[in-house]
Design a protein around this ligand. Structure first.
Ligand SMILES: [Zn+2]
Length: 253
């Protein structure tokens, strides 16, 4: 067998295959999103049992096969036990993992999204920031990493810095209240704009560190929903579980 490649990554999803195997989707720093076959990973004695759990983060050795990668060994650094033990946190975590997969590709650098996912799951584990806000910060950051978050630093019409404006879905741009005084699109208050600017300019490990009151939270949520709607072909499946749980202060309606 040829030498494997060691990658840093996280298990986004894990599916039983055949009698004793698993197929995992990994988000890796080096190879982007890959699918890997884990032979015997459901045998209780296998060293891959815990390494193929959703959210397992660490170093994985993968071998290139004919159709997909094969998982050799793994050195897991974090299982995110605090998330797995809680239904609501698990629902959020699964949604973050699904979104990370949707915004990553194979053979593309996966570092930025991996680091966002890791930081979002750490914030979810710590339990200090409301999960609904972690969700919105994560969504907007992933959009930013993919180059599809509009510029909120200056008004797109007059080009000046501003402290109140609107996000126009028809243009996917934000304008200030001086250029557009009447109500339009999604209102953006000073706090919501501050949050949007913070998200565009802050490294992953420092992102999940603020709070937002109800009104700007709604503006942030509505903006994230509009942008995701525009950039995704379908609604992520794991969002259903979140809405069933009903704990979401959602941006819908
Ligand atoms: Zn303006």
């Amino acid at each position: 067998m040829q030498d494997g490649t060691e990658v840093t990554g996280m298990v986004l999803s894990s599916m039983p295959v055949g009698e004793a195997d698993r197929r995992v989707v990994l988000l890796t720093a080096e190879l982007g999103r890959i699918s890997a076959f884990a032979r015997g990973a459901r045998k209780p004695t296998s060293s891959l049992v815990s390494a193929t759990r959703t959210f397992a983060f660490g170093k994985f050795t993968v071998f290139t096969g004919r159709n997909s990668y094969t998982l050799g060994k793994a050195d897991v650094r974090d299982y995110f036990e605090e998330i797995v033990g809680d239904v609501e946190r698990t629902a959020y975590g699964c949604y973050f993992a699904e979104l990370s997969g949707l915004f990553s590709r194979e053979n593309a650098d996966g570092r930025a999204v991996l680091s966002l996912l890791y930081s979002a799951l750490r914030a979810l584990s710590r339990g200090k920031m409301p999960p609904a806000l972690i969700r919105r910060v994560f969504e907007l950051s992933v959009l930013h990493e993919n180059g599809v978050l509009p510029d909120f630093s200056v008004c797109s019409d007059c080009g000046k810095p501003y402290f109140a404006g609107h996000f126009l879905k028809s243009r996917m741009q934000a304008v200030c209240t001086e250029c557009l005084p009447e109500p339009a699109g999604i209102p953006l208050s000073r706090s919501a704009l501050y949050a949007l600017r913070f998200i565009s300019g802050t490294p992953a490990e420092k992102l999940f560190s603020f709070t937002l009151s109800e009104a700007p939270m709604k503006e942030l949520s509505d903006t994230a929903d509009a942008l995701l709607d525009m950039n995704l072909d379908r609604e992520p499946k794991s969002l259903e579980l979140l809405s069933v749980l009903g704990s979401e202060t959602s941006g819908h309606n």
